[in-house]
Design a protein around this ligand. Structure first.
Ligand SMILES: [Zn+2]
Ligand SMILES: [Zn+2]
Length: 236
């Protein structure tokens, strides 16, 4: 299964737009998150020769502007199946429905397409409030891959939840936002050791993971560190 980076803070080529937030294309049919701005996402989609007509499903990791920002421009173009969560704001839900797309809210772990899953609602506390987030899980013969938005509930909490569904499989790739910007070096050290215990083969921390976390993973994973610039494709 191919993962293509459509939006992120860095790009392979200057012609691509970069900014805050993430967007990944999984295969040809599934989009995970939409970055901060619709026009930028659409222009990257065009530059990368992605066929928007083939995209059927949009999964939104969590209801934050840097992940939902591009959604509205896409929904104005055509109808999609949008995977949100029960905990998302009423404003988000009404806006999706008002643009005629179907809104799904899976509470638990569920299969979206063959061997592609959402974790369903994983809860975090963000600025003193409850926040719902979901991550994308792909099962292939290489193992289990997990794509995250911001990992506000904690990347380890997400990985342990996924592991409880796929007890016998190893993690092949874990990438996306790990939200480690405010973590101390000792906490980051602990985290990379836990990744080792969970036998994660390749990592791609980006977005809100923070420079220090990215550098530590890069040092530990060497050739198995995957940088996720716009325009990059990765086979999982
Ligand atoms: Zn974010
Ligand atoms: Zn966020």
């Amino acid at each position: 299964m191919q993962i293509k980076v459509l939006f992120n803070k860095d790009a392979l080529n200057k012609k691509f737009h970069t900014g805050w937030g993430l967007s990944f294309l999984i295969g040809e049919e599934i989009l995970f998150d939409t970055g901060e701005k619709g026009e930028w996402l659409l222009e990257n989609i065009k530059s990368l020769k992605v066929d928007i007509d083939k995209i059927e499903v949009i999964i939104i990791s969590h209801d934050h502007w840097d992940h939902t920002g591009g959604l509205w421009t896409l929904l104005e173009k055509k109808r999609f199946k949008v995977y949100g969560l029960k905990g998302f704001s009423e404003k988000f839900k009404m806006r999706v429905r008002s643009l005629n797309s179907e809104l799904l809210e899976k509470e638990g772990f569920s299969e979206i397409k063959k061997n592609i899953f959402t974790t369903g609602e994983v809860l975090a506390t963000y600025k003193g409030m409850s926040l719902s987030e979901q991550a994308l899980v792909i099962k292939t013969n290489k193992g289990i891959s997990v794509i995250t938005g911001c990992s506000h509930p904690g990347i380890l909490k997400i990985l342990k939840l996924v592991k409880s569904y796929f007890k016998r499989d190893n993690f092949y790739f874990v990438g996306g936002g790990f939200h480690l910007i405010d973590k101390e070096q000792i906490q980051l050290q602990f985290l990379t050791e836990e990744f080792g215990k969970l036998k994660v083969s390749k990592v791609g921390p980006t977005h809100c993971s923070g420079y220090e976390a990215e550098e530590l993973f890069r040092k530990n994973y060497k050739d198995n560190f995957v940088s996720l610039e716009v325009g990059k494709s990765l086979e999982v």
